[in-house]
Structure formats: structure tokens, C-alpha cells
Design a protein around this ligand. Structure first.
Ligand code: PEP
Length: 250
């Protein structure tokens, strides 16, 4: 039985004071939740704060990006060893904002997946189609290509220590959410692709949905059999909304 997982991607938002308030509100609300996996993703400078405020709670934390290199002259990048220093459990890989705004390609995404796992940090591999690709009927083809690019490099067994997030680009930060049926269709296609490689990995894989998840739409999305939780952007900045989404999953 897969556990539900709700992850909050804070993107480039927050400050020491704002994060402190948000994290202490989160910690206070935890007793209302039943079993689920939870994590928040701050920018690198605030990972120390997540560590100090969350270490005594069941909430995990992670980074929004990682370098594909172990170390060296890569100005502005953060290595896996640095994320280990702040006890990150997870790192988001291949978010569509990284792919689109920073031109990250499938090969780099695969290299980042490898780097994360060298430090026992679980990659959350994001995949998703543009509106144009959806309208052209190529959604499953695009998502399969994005996953296959990583599978070809690491092999299926490495996916046993990974999470996948399906995030249609047209639903991120737009207020438009995929219908529960649209989410289920793609999640099921992802699980089938994995199952062709290994049934057990496919059955155990947590596949999160991301794209304008809010307290009002979370429950119906989580009710789909292949949706194992959510990667939440905007709504994760409000501790009350984030807790409501977690409650819908727990
Ligand atoms: C995201 O950026 O991963 C995301 C899902 O954002 P939002 O919830 O704001 O659409």
C-alpha cells in the first residue's frame, strides 16, 4: 500500500521571518493529520532553517534543484554534498520552470537524478506536457520520453528510490487544474511504463500530481487510484491551505 505524499514547493519565495511563521504553523497542525509523507522545499539559503525547525517533526525537507556535478567551478550551483550537510531527504529534479526558464534538458535531468542518489537523497522527478502538446494529443508520448531519458541512464531499479511528479505545464501557477480523470489517465500511463520494466517498482512508486492543487480540489484528485499525493506550489505558501491539502490526503 503506497503512502500519500504532499510536498510544498516554495519556489523563490520566503524570508527568515516568513518561513519561521509558516513552519511553526505547520508544526502546530501536525497532530490533526493521520499517516502521510510530508516535505517542504525551500531555496538553498533556507535549508538550515528548515533543518533546525523541522528536525524534531515528521516533516521532511529538500532542495528545489541540485547540480549535475559533484563539485568544482560551477558558480551558483549547489552540490549533493552541500544538500547532505543540511540533511535533505529529497530534491526536486526537472521542474518545468527549470526545463523552460533555464533550458535544462533530459540529459541534465538524468545526471541530476544520478547525483542526488549518490548522496542518498531521493529525487522527485518532474514531468509534464505543454498546452500545445496536450492539444496535439502527445501528452503520454512527451511524458514517456521524459521518463525514458532517465530510465536509459539509471535503469529501473534506481526508480525504487525515487518519486515522480506529473505536472502539466499549463496547470502550474495558472489556477487551471487537470481534471481528476486527466490526472488519473497520465498517472496510470506512467505506472504502466514503469511496469513494463519492473512490476514491483511500478506498484510501489509514489506518483504525485502538481498543478494548482488547492484545498478545494485536492480530495477529488487524491481519490484517483494512481494519484499518490501532490506537489503543491502556490498553496504551500499558506500554512493553513497546505495543512488542508495534507488533511485531504491523510
Ligand atoms: C509547482 O510549481 O510545482 C506547482 C505545482 O505550482 P502550483 O501549485 O502553484 O501550480
Amino acid at each position: 500500500m503506497r503512502r500519500k505524499f504532499v510536498a510544498g514547493n516554495w519556489k523563490m519565495h520566503g524570508s527568515l521571518a516568513e518561513n519561521q511563521t509558516r513552519l511553526s504553523q505547520l508544526a502546530k497542525g501536525l497532530s490533526q493529520l493521520k499517516t502521510l509523507d510530508m516535505a517542504v522545499f525551500s531555496t538553498a539559503p533556507y535549508l538550515f532553517q528548515c533543518k533546525s525547525l523541522l528536525a524534531a517533526t515528521p516533516v521532511k525537507w529538500g532542495a528545489q534543484n541540485i547540480s549535475e556535478h559533484a563539485q568544482g567551478a560551477f558558480t551558483g550551483e549547489t552540490s549533493v554534498a552541500m544538500l547532505q550537510d543540511f540533511s535533505c531527504d529529497y530534491v526536486i529534479i526537472g521542474h518545468s520552470e527549470r526545463r523552460e526558464l533555464f533550458a535544462e534538458n533530459d540529459a541534465q535531468v538524468a545526471a541530476k537524478f544520478v547525483q542526488a542518489q549518490t548522496g542518498n537523497i531521493t529525487p522527485i522527478l518532474c514531468v509534464g506536457e505543454s498546452l500545445q502538446q496536450r492539444e496535439a494529443g502527445t501528452t503520454v508520448e512527451v511524458i514517456s520520453r521524459q521518463i525514458q531519458a532517465v530510465l536509459d541512464v539509471v535503469g529501473i531499479q534506481k526508480f525504487a528510490q525515487a518519486v515522480i511528479a506529473y505536472e502539466p505545464i499549463w496547470a502550474i501557477g495558472t489556477g487551471k487544474t487537470a481534471t481528476p480523470q486527466q490526472a488519473q489517465e497520465v498517472h496510470s500511463a506512467i505506472r504502466s511504463l514503469l511496469a513494463k520494466n519492473d512490476q514491483c517498482v511500478a506498484q510501489n512508486m509514489q506518483i504525485l500530481y502538481g498543478g494548482s492543487v488547492k484545498p478545494g480540489n485536492a480530495a477529488e484528485i487524491f481519490a484517483q487510484p494512481d494519484v499518490d499525493g501532490a506537489l503543491v506550489g502556490g498553496a504551500s505558501l499558506n500554512a493553513g491551505d497546505f495543512m488542508e491539502i495534507c488533511k485531504a490526503a491523510s
